[in-house]
Design a protein around this ligand. Structure first.
Ligand code: HEM
Length: 179
């Protein structure tokens, strides 16, 4: 059967950025420490993301007009999304040795954000960048250059799989898009 574009991109990703077994172990070890503080870290990542990219707030009815991070932080919608994001990343990390599971989890995330939430995919690039920035800062002692390199691969794994799902559902950029 002919491959769809998304599948080809994932294959290309696999060829160029595959995680070694040692890197997978490093990812699971660092993440287990991060995930102990799941909600706090998730909220910090989201707040940094919305402060750096305020246009990303447009998708969230409860805080799209808010400027004050402390006020945003108190909204149930932000806290819920923090838990959801961290939960999905946790499933990816837990199943890092099972590429089919990783693909299916991230395909679901991509499809829901494209079809249900209509989020421009470029925000996933920004978001995964901020995610790495925050965890590297908060867990600075763990983030040796080797750990940083492994996490950079996970960042690109998430982005590649999510955007492949956008392509699979036929996402087209809206003409009046600001991105
Ligand atoms: C790695 C990045 C992300 C992950 C793993 C993730 C995961 C999730 C999950 C699991 C849900 C709930 C289930 C669903 O409706 O799909 C959700 C909801 C949502 N996400 Fe994300 N998300 C991510 C990034 C983003 C970004 C970058 C945006 C927008 C800029 C966004 C906007 C939304 C919105 C608007 C909802 C619905 C919120 C609500 O109904 O209260 N997400 N996300």
């Amino acid at each position: 059967m002919e491959k769809v574009q998304g599948e080809m991109e994932i294959e290309r990703w696999e060829r160029s950025e595959e995680l070694s077994d040692a890197e997978k172990k490093v990812i699971q070890e660092t993440w287990s420490r991060v995930y102990t503080n799941c909600e706090d870290v998730g909220v910090s990542i989201l707040i940094r993301f919305f402060v750096k990219f305020p246009s990303a707030k447009q998708y969230f009815s409860q805080f799209k007009h808010m400027e004050d991070p402390l006020e945003m932080e108190r909204t149930p919608q932000l806290r819920k999304h923090a838990r959801r994001v961290m939960g999905a990343v946790n499933t990816v990390v837990e199943n890092i040795n099972d590429s089919e599971k990783v693909s299916s989890v991230l395909a679901l995330v991509g499809k829901a954000h494209a079809l249900k939430h209509k989020v421009e995919p470029v925000y996933f690039k920004f978001f995964t960048g901020v995610m790495l920035e925050v965890i590297a800062e908060e867990y600075a002692n763990d983030f040796t250059p080797e750990v940083q390199r492994a996490w950079t691969k996970v960042k690109s794994l998430i982005y590649t799989h999510v955007t492949a799902a956008y392509k699979e559902v036929g996402w087209v950029q809206y003409p009046n898009s600001t991105m």
